[in-house]
Design a protein around this ligand. Structure first.
Ligand code: ATP
Ligand code: MG
Length: 334
């Protein structure tokens, strides 16, 4: 029997989703092989431990909860860091676990950090010839020069994003150059690096689930989503409920499916991912243009999330998926 530390919650805007992801993982954990222990992180970033972890984050009840989490963490055989977005999906918790010498599920420090940074990963993907939107990223002190260049080089509309965001927070779709400065200022409220990307004219977004280790990858999907808003915005993700999903996508040619799967594997591999990642694409079925949007190294893991639902189309159950991810964590740490 192995002990599994489930770390969840955290400082990112995806705190709530993380709680639901973690609960789903615990519910589906194979109890013949694994015993879970809960490690909630509150919104201030404080780490706790105790069986009351879900209640604690949801309603603040301090029953069966304590703050001596580091000692408890060290006792675990393996950790599943179920954290989405900044302070969790970005290499920070991975670095802590490496330092403590505890095996953990998912991508390592550098691939987590790289895939969190929309400017840096685009540089890597363009060096490797993977199709993307045109882009330019910059720091605040380069702002005016960058804005002038963007006006001359990037076709409108453009997307303006904080480089290390999530949940579409701070992202704007800009249709005229007049709006650009404001959008950039908004994005700088969330990060000290901002990226401006060519807005791709898309008919749908396609997402591929990848699991495994180099040379032994299982690829599922793509699944499809069509945003209800002008893009897949924060409201569209969490408020409006207008997004249309199709998991897996049913109306793609075999040629597109195999091309997109190959691209997903290439993107996973060149950024040194391990264990799992969801690779997201922007697609226009009329023109056939397919570009990489981003990689999520700890994708949503609720019962209705794209990643587990795609993996289940390969015939594995949710429990098996979790067991395999834990097994991969042990394999890497050897
Ligand atoms: N270059 C682009 N062209 C067209 N649409 C885009 C572009 N970039 C982003 N979008 C739209 O904006 C949405 C959010 O962008 P993106 O995925 O980069 O943000 P995010 O905040 O990192 O999201 P996540 O929470 O998935 O990590 C996309 O799902 C897509 O709908
Ligand atoms: Mg996204």
């Amino acid at each position: 029997m192995k002990s599994v530390g489930i770390v969840f919650g955290g400082k990112s805007p995806e705190h709530e989703i993380s709680i639901i992801s973690a609960e789903t993982i615990v519910t589906n954990l194979d109890r013949n092989a694994f015993t879970p222990a809960l490690f909630p992180i509150d919104r201030k970033g404080r780490l706790f431990s105790g069986s009351g972890g879900f209640e604690f984050l949801k309603s603040g009840k301090m029953l069966d909860i304590s703050k001596v989490a580091f000692d408890e963490l060290r006792k675990m055989d393996v950790i599943f860091p179920v954290l989405h977005g900044p302070f969790g999906e970005d290499g920070t918790i991975q670095g802590l676990l490496e330092t403590m010498g505890i095996p953990y599920v998912g991508c390592g420090v550098e691939s987590s950090a790289l895939n969190m940074h929309k400017g840096l990963f685009r540089d890597v993907f363009s060096a490797k010839g993977i199709a993307q939107p045109q882009y330019r990223y910059f720091l605040e002190n380069e702002g005016d020069k960058a804005l002038a260049e963007i006006g001359e080089t990037l076709p409108l509309p453009v997307f303006v994003k904080p480089c290390r965001g999530g949940s579409s927070i701070g992202i704007s779709r800009v249709e005229t150059l007049n709006e650009l400065k404001n959008a950039v200022e908004t994005a700088f409220q969330y990060d000290d690096a901002v990226i401006v990307e060519e807005g791709i004219d898309i008919t749908e977004e396609l997402e591929v689930a990848v699991m495994g280790k180099p040379g032994e990858l299982i690829v599922a999907g793509p699944g499809k989503l069509i945003a209800g808003d002008t893009f897949y915005s924060y409201d569209d993700k969490y408020v409006n409920n207008q997004t249309r999903f199709q998991i897996p996508a049913e109306d793609l040619s075999a040629e597109i499916v195999s091309r997109i799967r190959e691209l997903a594997v290439a993107a996973f591999t060149v950024t040194n991912c391990f264990g799992l990642a969801r690779v997201d694409f922007l697609f226009n079925r009329k023109t056939g243009r397919l570009v990489l949007n981003e990689i999520n190294t700890m994708p949503g893991f609720t019962a209705i999330s794209m990643y587990p639902k795609l993996m289940m189309t390969t015939g594995m159950s949710f429990s098996e998926l979790v067991s395999r991810l834990l097994e991969l964590a042990f394999q890497r740490s050897r």
